[in-house]
Design a protein around this ligand. Sequence first.
Ligand code: 4UV
Length: 538
Amino acid sequence: QISHNSTDSSIVYSELPDCHLPNVSLTQYLFEKTDEFGHKVALECGITGRKYCYNQIRQLSVRFGSALIRMGLKKGDVLGVVLPNCPEWAFVFLGSTYVGVTVTPANPAYTAVEVFRQFKAAEIKAVLCHSQIASMLKPKLNNMSTVNIFITAFGHIDGWVSLEDLLSADIYSEEAQVDLDNDPLILPYSSGTTGLPKGVILSHGNVVNNLCQYHVPGTTRIQAACNDYQEKYVSILPYFHIYGLVVTLLSGLWYGAHITILPRFDPDLFLRTLASVKPTVLQLVPPLISFLANSSNLDRKMFQRLHTVMSGAAPLGPSIANKLLERINSSSLFLQEGYGLTETSPISHVSPLKGSQIGSCGKPISRTAVKILDLETGASLPADLEGELCIKGPQVMKGYYKNKEATANMIDEEGWLHTGDIAKYDSGKRFYIVDRLKELIKVKGLQVAPSELEDLLRSHPQVMDVAVIGVPDERTGEAPRAYVVLKPGSNVSEKSLSNFVAERAAPYKHLHGGVVFLGTIPKSATGKILRRELKSAI
Ligand code: 4UV
């Protein structure tokens, strides 16, 4: 176990006190709190105004979980969820975890093929999706004989059970006895340092521990609800991604926040919601910070209660950070950066409350140890030198689902997770992410795996070889660009290759960084694409 009392000069330990690790399931950890907050509003739909109070959370979650068991699911089975953010997301997720069913969440913007790929790999036994995508998914799911429970939300469809019916049926199952260290709570997909997306096994213990680490006093300015105070969140980050799920939804529920939920980013709706809610806390990604910093429709009243804007999931450029601070111009606002990965449940670093530095992703949170390894020698480096960031702590994933090789490539024998990010720390032990060693592309804070787009483009009849990298993009942070070698005699256009991808991949994966034709793709002697060569030529 990592302790802030540990000493080893080549390792940076958290400066925060060691949190208590409670050895309880996620639902035990959260329901104890949600019961306490009683009649306070917990979750509100930012479009319809549909609201749920804290004292409904346990009941509705237990109903949902119990319904899964009654329909034949067992502890250890996997439920595939494709649902835009909505209050009911919480009941689906907490209800499943209550009965030991693992959720694998997919992006509702995915094509049917993309959803099917994830659900097949995760070996789901049941699916829950929005009624509008049910008919698109059904033909694909019919190819998976293991799936025999189909649940749809927000609309009735023949042959599907409705989520609304499940939440109103008063049935009860006992909580599952879970092995906190080993039983998977959630199976999000991440490409890690290389290759195609893989299922990240996060146990109950991983997520509960990460929440406890994040909730150590002195880590954030967020306060637990009491008689005369309640944090107000406008929740815009998607719950299928670990940042929105853990940092906004689960942590927000633990703090008793009033969480107003938006299902998608729509500029007018977002600004209108900020004006009506006047949030105290916002968790955002850099493109949303940039949107706010550049928006001409900001009203100072929107921000009059705002004490924290959290930024994470991609690098926050100092110029955008300063621009936002200038626009909001409030001495009580703290722009706090967070850093982590799906593979670390996700939080490993946040800016310290005192002595934070714009451009730094912060310091290790409680019980987290970090080191920077020289890219060539693997030696642990002192302050100011750049190398690969490695993390150790109770939030580090169990491993990738049925992929021992990828797990061993990421977590070494001593339990250090090699992030694939290049970083350094300063004399104040603040960390800076300076580059990415891994091939991952981040578009609006979401992962795009180059291998996935390369596989797709390679399936085009006129493409001989291809490499995809991320190029800087003002609006989205990065955008995928394809370098393509055509087969001799081919005359396909850039536009037509872009369309080929656009017809087969979710919108954020489209080739907004362009298509460039090359004679050959630069490769190493072992056939690995030399992405750095392509990047340095941008
Ligand atoms: O796996 P993933 O998609 O995970 C995330 C996690 C975001 C978090 C985590 C903890 C927080 O407190 C928070 O505010 C946000 O996005 O992608 C992991 C990769 O995203 C990049 C980095 O390359 C990771 O390996 N990344 C995440 N946070 C930052 C970042 C950051 N602050 N600065 C630069 N890159």
